[in-house]
Design a protein around this ligand. Structure first.
Ligand SMILES: [Zn+2]
Ligand SMILES: [Zn+2]
Length: 393
C-alpha cells in the first residue's frame, strides 16, 4: 500500500531530528513522573509534524496524547511512548529510544498522510513512570485507554524479538521496629532492627532454592540504621516479587510474609509488611498483532534475531495494558548481544548508531502495524479474538 511506503520514507526523513531528540532525552534523564522536559519536547515534536496534542492527560502532568485522525468514526490504535530514566544510571533502559520510536511513528503518519486514509485514528500516548511508577495503570484507571482498540510499543534490547514473556510483580515494603540503645555500654538493652532485616535476606536466600526457576525475589535495604554506636531501632527494605503468573506472585508474597515474621520473631522486633496494591501483570501475547509487526520488520529489512536464551525476563506496566486490550511489546535491537538492560553499558548503547537504527526500525514497524490494523477490520477482529482467548494473568 502506498501509504505504508510514504510513512516509512517519512521516518527516514525525520531520522536526524528524531536522533537529536533521543540524545537530548538521554542527556537529560528524568525520573518517574518528573519527565517534564521529555514530555514537553515529544509533544512539541508531534504537534510540529501535524498531530493534535493534548498535554497532561489522565491527570498526569507528564502524560500526553497525540492524535492523527482518520477518515471518520472507527477504531483507535495507540502507540505508547515511555521516557523515564532510572535513578543513578540514567537512560539504562533506553526509554529515550522508546519515546522517539513512538513519537516518530506518529509524526511520520501525520506528516506523510495528513489524515490516516482509513476510518478510525492513531494515537501516540505518552506514558510516564514505567520504572517503578506503573504510569500506564494510572492512565488506564483515568480512562485514557477506554476507547483504545489495540495498543503497541517497542522496547530496546540486545536483540530483536517480537515476543518475549514478561513477569508479574508484587512490590513489597518491609519495616522492622526494634529499640535503640548504646551499642557498646548497653547493647543487651537494645532490640536490633538491622539484624532482623539481615535475617530476612538470609531467609529469602534459603527460600529461593524452593522457587520455580523463573521466579525472582530481590530487594534493597532502604534504611539500615543511623550510626554505628546506636543499636538500629528502625530498618526498612523494598522487594520485588516476580513470577510468570499473578497467582505465583501471590504465593511469593505469602512466603515473604512468613519469612519476615520469622525474622521479627528471631530478633524480637515488630514487623510490618506493606504490599503495593498495584500489581504488575505479565504480558498477554497477541499472535495476530505480533505477526503483523514481524511482517513489517521483514518489509523494512530489519530481521528478528533468534532468542539465545541467555537472559531471564523483566517486567513492564505494559503487561497490565495487555491484560485489558490487544497489545504487543516487541523488543528491538539497540545494542550488541549480551548487554544487560539497567547497566551502564546499555545506557551508552542507548545513545549509539545502533540505537538510531533500532529507533528508525521501531518507528517504521509501529507505524506500519498501526496502519495495517486500521486498513483491515479483519486483522483487528482477529487481534481481538486472540486477546479474548488469551490466558488471563
Ligand atoms: Zn527498565
Ligand atoms: Zn524499560
Amino acid at each position: 500500500m502506498d501509504a505504508k511506503l510514504a510513512v516509512a520514507q517519512r521516518v527516514d526523513a525525520l531520522a536526524d531530528e528524531l536522533e537529536a531528540l533521543s540524545h537530548r532525552i538521554h542527556d537529560t534523564p528524568e525520573l518517574a513522573f518528573k519527565e517534564e522536559k521529555a514530555a514537553a519536547w515529544l509533544a512539541e515534536f508531534l504537534e510540529k509534524h501535524g498531530a493534535r496534542v493534548e498535554r497532561g492527560v489522565g491527570g498526569l502532568p507528564t502524560a500526553f496524547r497525540a492524535t492523527v485522525d482518520g477518515t471518520g468514526a472507527g477504531p483507535t490504535v495507540a502507540i505508547m511512548a515511555e521516557y523515564d530514566a532510572l535513578p543513578g544510571i540514567g537512560h539504562a533502559c533506553g526509554h529515550n529510544v522508546i519515546a522517539t520510536a513512538g513519537a516518530g511513528a506518529g509524526a511520520a503518519i501525520a506528516a506523510a498522510l495528513g489524515t490516516v486514509p482509513f476510518a478510525g485514528r492513531i494515537q501516540v500516548i505518552g506514558t510516564p513512570a514505567e520504572e517503578g511508577g506503573a504510569g500506564k495503570v494510572k492512565l488506564m484507571e483515568a480512562g485514557v485507554f477506554k476507547d483504545v482498540d489495540a495498543a503497541m510499543m517497542i522496547h530496546g534490547r540486545c536483540g530483536t524479538q517480537v515476543w518475549r514473556p514478561t513477569l508479574g510483580i508484587i512490590k513489597v515494603k518491609v519495616e522492622f521496629h526494634g529499640q535503640a540503645a548504646h551499642a557498646s555500654s548497653w547493647p543487651w538493652r537494645g532490640v536490633n532492627a538491622l539484624n532482623a532485616v539481615i535475617q530476612l535476606f538470609v531467609s529469602l536466600d534459603a527460600m529461593r532454592q524452593q522457587l520455580r526457576p523463573d521466579a525472582r525475589v530481590h530487594g534493597v535495604i532502604t534504611r539500615g540504621g543511623e550510626q554505628a554506636n546506636i543499636i538500629p531501632e528502625y530498618t526498612s527494605a523494598e522487594f520485588y516479587l516476580r513470577a510468570t503468573t499473578v497467582d505465583y506472585c501471590e504465593e511469593l508474597l505469602r512466603r515473604f510474609r512468613a519469612a519476615a515474621a520469622g525474622a521479627a520473631t528471631a530478633t524480637g522486633c515488630r514487623v510490618t509488611v506493606t504490599a503495593d496494591p498495584t500489581v504488575h501483570e505479565p504480558l498477554r501475547p497477541n499472535a495476530t498483532m505480533a505477526g503483523l509487526f514481524a511482517r513489517n520488520l521483514e518489509l523494512i529489512d530489519f530481521p528478528e534475531d533468534p532468542d539465545d536464551g541467555q537472559a531471564g525476563y523483566g517486567s513492564t506496566d505494559c503487561g497490565n495494558v495487555s491484560q485489558r486490550l490487544p497489545t504487543i511489546h516487541p523488543y528491538i535491537r539497540i545494542s550488541p548481544d549480551g548487554v544487560p538492560g539497567h547497566s551502564r553499558d546499555f545506557a551508552q548503547w542507548a545513545r549509539s548508531p545502533l540505537a538510531r537504527m533500532g529507533m528508525v526500525a521501531g518507528a517504521k514497524a509501529l507505524a506500519l502495524t498501526a496502519l495495517d490494523l486500521l486498513a483491515s477490520p479483519d486483522a483487528l477482529a482477529r487481534a481481538k479474538q486472540d486477546f479474548a482467548k488469551g490466558e488471563p494473568a
